[in-house]
Design a protein around this ligand. Sequence first.
Ligand SMILES: NC(=O)c1ccc[n+]([C@@H]2O[C@H](COP(=O)([O-])OP(=O)(O)OC[C@H]3O[C@@H](n4cnc5c(N)ncnc54)[C@H](O)[C@@H]3O)[C@@H](O)[C@H]2O)c1
Ligand SMILES: [Zn+2]
Ligand SMILES: [Zn+2]
Length: 382
Amino acid sequence: MRAMVYRGPYRIRTEEKDVPRIEHPNDAIVRVTLAAICGSDLHLYHGLMPDTRVGTTFGHEFIGVVDSVGPSVQSLKPGDRVMVPFNISCGSCFYCARGMLANCHNVNPNATAVGGIYGYSHTTGGYDGGQAEYVRVPFADVGPTVIPDWMHDEDAVLLTDATATGYFGAQLGDIRQGDVVVVFGAGPVGLVAAQSAWLMGAGRVIVVDHLDYRLEKARDFAHAETVNFAEHDDVVVHLKRITDHLGADVAIDCVGAEADGNFMQQVAGTKLKLQGGSPVALNWAIDAVRKGATISVMGAYGPVPSAVKFGDAMNKGLTLRMNQCPVKRQWPRLFEHVRNGHLRPRDMVTHRIPLEHIAEGYHIFSSKLDGCIKPLIVPSAA
Ligand SMILES: NC(=O)c1ccc[n+]([C@@H]2O[C@H](COP(=O)([O-])OP(=O)(O)OC[C@H]3O[C@@H](n4cnc5c(N)ncnc54)[C@H](O)[C@@H]3O)[C@@H](O)[C@H]2O)c1
Ligand SMILES: [Zn+2]
Ligand SMILES: [Zn+2]
């Protein structure tokens, strides 16, 4: 089969690989019909995720058709169109039993630190991902769901991560009626977090980024006010000024470890790797909210300590909430929102790239070229 293969930082190819096989009675093999590149894949692409091994295939957002199933699989059969959450979960451990599907204890030798994720290095279990023609789906009775007939494929693929995560980001913000919500990052996760904040009762939604084309999308797609941080000497002072000088009630970090905006943090975090990323957006969030506020962290950070302004968070009485998104837990509510037209994830798609040209897709998305917001990968296209 053809698959995306990692050859080292900034080096991606499409290569021939063996079709995966059933390894466990509850496995399914899925023929991928549509995949996506996530902002999280960029951390792998840039060589920032520990134990990203040469030869592995990325891709944790994908949908497809069931090709074959192991003997114990009951909920799927060959031919079913399925969407697969980015988390791999056993469905029965202490954490899965409590709905913490992103924190499963049975799917990763490093499970005390992080759960299992498709195509996301050996740090998250070493599973091959879905930027390929076929993918092995473990615990097939737990994760995948048959795509409802009414659902558009491009909405379905975006529900396997970006949309679920943006919504989760707003949920963890614990938004009250009328709250001022500041979203850092106008990528797919931030855009959905901004939309979702309205659904949860926000009175004002402000999106911060430095890419004008993405801020424009935040205005059109998420009806948010926008702030370009590059236009302000001190974006925190600006945010305070426009929020009655007290600060926002809720902030959502949809940026993570590769934040721009502070040269020293970037050098220490992403160039020298002395800390687990550059927590610029998170520190701005801590400074820009009012005392007693809630900060929700969706942006991904590495396992190494980072220079987070923890003392300020403590002294301001902030609540910090965070996790990888437990995708499947979000689906019943999100299916309703998509069906009712409250959310239209597919409006974020800017690129549809054949698997053969995935290297170009990574380059365009990583360098934010050509108005790129969300690139999809089409395995069957020549
Ligand atoms: N928690 C989860 O389950 C989960 C799931 C998916 C993605 N993520 C993480 O969420 C983050 C966003 O993902 P995405 O797909 O939207 O990525 P993306 O790369 O498309 O978007 C990130 C945006 O942040 C902007 N940015 C950079 N520095 C900033 C700063 N200091 N302040 C404000 N904006 C800044 C960038 O210009 C970019 O538009 C990534 O860190 C990703 O790893 C987490
Ligand atoms: Zn992701
Ligand atoms: Zn589990």
